[in-house]
Design a protein around this ligand. Structure first.
Ligand code: ZN
Ligand code: ZN
Length: 540
């Protein structure tokens, strides 16, 4: 899931453009068994399929046939029953959603156990707060319930596995994918993991979009009601597909040894880096390209880093927060430092930053003029690729703010329109900022008349993460360069506040789950000064 603009939740699936019928379905979803293990049913979420409608969900060693029939049969193949509590009665620390701008650490949340034969339970080491988490935090998203465990970006160590799991064993160090894919359905077989048909039982989303996306960890009941990873333990369905085994680290304060991937890097392998890479894939960013990225949040910054790695000769970052642009200019954030650059690194890349100043639509108009000025002398007079790393709720112009407030649109197309205008004729526009429903005033004329290619997607993490892990291990990419703050899980609520309010230069918050407060009941977090070299901030 991707980046966001300050002060506004921009990601998620709320405010879906749904009609009365869909709303009814949504209400039915809200009536799904709560993620309380005590209330979890013994059988999968979907009811028994109608006679002749198709087979039940696949066993781990018996993948869903690619030719699975549509409709009821496909729904019947849904798996991922809600997590169950460990029968031992063990509990864990977990960050739960309570309501708008209210998250809380609980110490007695039931520990999940292997619920399905293809499951693994992971002991979480590091987790990260995502821009999309702020959307859950900042608004009342349909499908969220008080007590839901938050978080979808994490790494850890496998604690236990079901009998159907083949690729990981207890003790393995792993990265966790935010999107949950079965690995065997029609879509997974084609590498379209975020379109997996099996892991998300949400009827409302399917009705609104004409097809469901995959499930996701810790992201409301609209994406499956899976418990999140901001907890000591996380249950990961289809572990063979959704966990990436990593080399063990010769542990020394989490630092890399022998080219291994740090815990912080591993935590960003399941969303941030693949999402940024997806932005470049969709935009077909290649050698000698000139790229403009709208949004300098974690995704925009790492997208720029990936673009430079792929040989882009020039990048312009556009954002309304000067501090983020100043951060982007630091060595290693977008442009890899000399020390971190491999010998095969591409030719130097020029980075320019454009500040969107003021309020209202005039700021973006001025920013577009600045991009045009920077493009003078370019062969095409404009960037080859524009990346939308902003998302749905970014609205500066008054008429968009009013339309959003009135419910006349769920998303603002201002940043998308900026991409359509900024890019050269025949250029490519890549959308990884999250949009939920409909947007008014989309500049279709520019899209069609300029002959643009427009593509968008959530990141099919499992498609890229092996390749990306190798690049990180070789020092070619480093998503952890955007981490500005590290906190123990006990301070996660502070981290959400800091990130939400964009205070203290906050770009990305890393949560140390394994290291803090795990020693016993009521024990406070370990007073570490740093987490993998990132200073633990002193929050007032
Ligand atoms: Zn994320
Ligand atoms: Zn699938």
């Amino acid at each position: 899931m991707s980046g966001m603009m300050p002060g506004r939740g921009v990601e998620g699936l709320d405010k879906l453009a749904i009609g009365a019928a869909e709303k009814k379905k949504q209400q039915q979803e809200a009536a799904l068994p709560p993620p309380s293990p005590g209330a979890a049913p013994e059988s999968p979420i979907p009811p028994t399929p109608p006679a002749g409608a198709g087979a039940a969900r696949p066993a781990a060693d018996s993948p869903t046939p690619a030719t699975a029939p549509a409709g009821a049969a496909r729904a019947a193949s849904l798996t991922t029953v809600p997590p169950k509590a460990d029968p031992s009665g063990a509990t864990m620390r977990a960050l739960v959603w309570r309501g708008k701008k209210h998250v809380a650490l609980v110490r007695d949340h039931p520990k999940p156990c292997v619920t399905d034969p293809a499951d693994a339970v992971v002991r979480v080491g590091k987790a990260a707060i995502c821009g999309s988490d702020l959307h859950l935090y900042g608004s009342s998203m349909p499908g969220m319930k008080s007590g839901d465990v938050l978080g979808h970006e994490a790494m850890g160590v496998v604690e236990s596995v079901g009998p159907g799991v083949k690729s990981v064993r207890p003790g393995d160090r792993v990265a966790v994918s935010f999107d949950l894919a079965c690995g065997a359905c029609f879509f997974c077989e084609r590498g379209l993991f975020t379109a997996c048909d099996v892991t998300n039982p949400s009827a409302a989303q399917g009705a609104a979009y004409g097809g469901r996306t995959s499930g996701a960890l810790g992201y409301s009941h609209l994406t499956g009601g899976h418990w999140g990873v901001d907890a000591e333990y996380a249950r990961v369905p289809f572990a063979d597909t959704n966990l990436l085994p990593l080399a063990p680290i010769e542990k020394e304060e989490g630092a890399a040894a022998g080219g291994a991937i740090t815990d912080a890097q591993a935590a960003l392998l399941g969303d941030v880096l693949p999402t940024a890479w997806t932005a470049c894939e969709l935009g077909e960013v290649g050698p000698r390209d000139y790229v403009v990225v709208f949004g300098a949040g974690p995704i925009g910054l790492v997208t720029a880093q990936c673009a430079a790695h792929r040989g882009a000769r020039r990048i312009v970052l556009v954002d309304p927060v000067e501090g983020r642009l100043a951060f982007a200019r630091r060595p290693g954030v977008v442009l890899r430092s000399k020390d971190g650059a491999p010998s095969s690194s591409p030719p130097p890349c020029r980075l320019d930053c454009v500040h969107v100043s003021g309020s209202g639509g005039a700021g973006m108009e001025a920013a577009l003029r600045e991009v045009a000025r920077l493009s003078e002398g370019e062969p095409a007079g404009a960037p080859d690729v524009a990346v939308e790393a902003v998302g749905m709720h970014y609205a500066r112009a008054l008429h968009h703010r009013l339309q959003l407030a009135a419910g006349l649109e769920t998303d603002s197309a201002e940043a998308l329109n900026a991409c359509l205008r900024a890019v050269r004729k025949g250029g490519r526009v890549s959308v990884v900022g999250v949009f939920a429903g409909s947007a008014n005033g989309v500049l279709l004329g520019a899209f069609m008349e300029k002959g643009l290619t427009l593509r968008g997607s959530q990141a099919p993490v499992q498609r890229y993460w092996r390749e990306l892990a190798a690049k990180v291990a070789r020092g070619e990419l480093d998503p952890s360069a955007v981490v500005t703050h590290a906190l123990p899980l006990e301070r996660a609520a502070d981290g959400f506040r800091l990130f939400d309010e964009k205070r203290d230069g906050c770009v990305k918050v890393l949560l140390d789950v394994a290291g803090g407060g795990g020693g016993g009941e009521g024990e406070e977090a370990a007073a570490a000064d740093t987490v993998e070299g990132v200073p633990v901030v002193a929050l007032l």
